[in-house]
Write a protein that binds this ligand. Structure first.
Ligand code: NZQ
Ligand code: ZN
Length: 391
């Protein structure tokens, strides 16, 4: 096992009615930036519950944070936060709103162009504290320090990470997910699944506990994900999906093990250029990445097939079919969740897949993503090969 340090500062408030715990966690003399998305919270009643929880605070609302939040929108929220001298951000929504809150928090006291935090890794000080009310189980953003922001002007989707912008608390009420459209439940299960894969499907370092944690989350998503589509108001199913998505990317399972993240990095370019949903991009890239990287990942692919998909009986770890069978099982899971796995299944703004691949590779190079994966061996030529298998 590799060396590591581990701390997760986010207090999880899990379950029905837990919004009653939020007021006690706001700062004294709270001046709150209440950040949310395109308005789903007004239709499902979450907005009213949040307003009630904030009734003793001075509140400044900022709505309209879009999926794949843009720098162009968030910089306006930075202005609202600065002008009104807020001392707390309450992010209410999915990963986009929570990631957006982290950018606003980091930019708040940053002296300079805040995009440099993402583009140049500029350091920032005294970020605003954040609380999160999660409405979409998927990204794990509610209890990690990662933020992904898109600059529309340059078609760049970049990330920064700092534990200083990690939410202080996260409210996870499964009932808040009942109103999700099927596409977002599908996206959430696929995204969480791939988060686990990025931290699991590398090479063995004798870390059996991390492996078992990861396999437990994957199996839970495989069983509960389809049920969440079938029975949208089954509280227990939603609770299990929600907790799985949080555990998939709260830092725990990735400690002491190598991590990949190449599927995410290639996928981000598909969103930056063509606006595909984040999870759709992952479903396109991962199966082909597994094929191209099969040699260096073979032990863990076989372990995934055997332990998670129960494929041992169909060939065994040593069998020559286990790699192909495991990749097919991953594809089947994505398709069972209703997420298509080929570029040609999606609208690429009229571009052919050949043109699209050229643009995607050019963007990867522009963003310095030229040595990705757990061995840093996915260069633009390999990334091209992966995409060519994904058409
Ligand atoms: O904008 P509103 O009206 O809220 O609608 C949203 C949005 O249209 C809707 N929605 C959310 N909760 C709902 C709901 N609709 C009905 N009922 C509810 N309860 O769902 C749509 C998608 O929301 P979004 O926040 O964009 O989805 P998600 O949580 O999948 O977040 C995706 C973003 O997170 C980034 C992605 O790149 C993408 O930008 N990621 C962040 C990560 C992190 N911070 O660690 C890791 C991930 O790998 C990912 O990159
Ligand atoms: Zn993701």
């Amino acid at each position: 096992m590799l060396n590591f340090t581990f701390k997760n500062q986010t207090e999880i408030l899990f379950g029905k009615g837990q919004i009653s715990e939020v007021p006690a966690r706001l700062p004294a003399n709270a001046k709150v930036l209440f950040l949310y998305g395109g308005g789903s919270i007004k239709k499902n009643g979450i907005y009213d519950q949040v307003v009630n929880a904030l009734k003793d605070a001075e509140v400044f609302e900022f709505s309209g944070v879009e999926p794949n939040p843009s720098y162009e929108t968030l910089i306006k929220a930075v202005d609202v936060a600065r002008t009104n001298e807020v001392n707390f951000i309450l992010a209410v929504g999915g990963g986009s709103v929570i990631d957006g809150a982290k950018f606003v928090a980091a930019a708040h006291n940053f002296d300079g162009e805040p995009w440099d935090i993402l583009a140049k890794g500029a350091t920032f000080e005294n970020p605003l504290p954040i609380g999160a009310v999660l409405t979409l189980p998927a990204t794990g953003s509610e209890s990690n320090g990662n933020s992904v922001v898109t600059k529309k002007e340059t078609s760049q989707k970049l990330a920064f990470a700092s534990e200083t912008v990690q939410p202080q608390f996260a409210l996870l009420d499964p009932e808040f997910t009942f109103s999700l459209p099927p596409r977002q439940i599908s996206n959430g299960a696929v995204d969480a699944f791939v988060h686990v894969i990025e931290q699991y499907l590398t090479y063995p370092v004798n870390a059996p506990l991390q492996d078992r944690f990861a396999e437990g989350i994957l199996q839970t998503l495989i069983v509960e994900g389809p049920k969440a589509l079938e029975n949208p108001e089954d509280y227990d199913v939603r609770a299990n999906v929600m907790w799985s998505a949080t555990m998939a990317l709260n830092g725990l399972i990735g400690k002491g093990v190598p991590q990949d993240w190449a599927t995410h990095m290639i996928g981000h370019e598909l969103t930056a250029i063509y606006g595909l949903d984040h999870a759709q991009t992952l479903a396109i890239v991962l199966p082909s990445l597994m094929k191209v990287q099969a040699e260096s990942k073979k032990e863990k692919i076989a372990q995934l097939g055997q332990r998670v998909f129960g494929l041992a009986g169909a060939g065994g770890v040593g069998s020559e079919h286990i790699i192909d069978d495991t990749i097919q099982a991953v594809v089947n899971f994505f398709e069972d969740m209703g997420v298509e796995t080929k570029m040609s299944d999606y609208d690429l703004n009229g571009d052919s897949t050949e043109v699209a691949i050229d643009k995607l590779i050019a963007n990867l190079e522009k963003n310095g993503m030229t040595a990705i994966g757990e061995h840093g061996d996915i260069d633009p030529a390999k990334a091209r090969k992966i995409l060519e298998l994904s058409v």
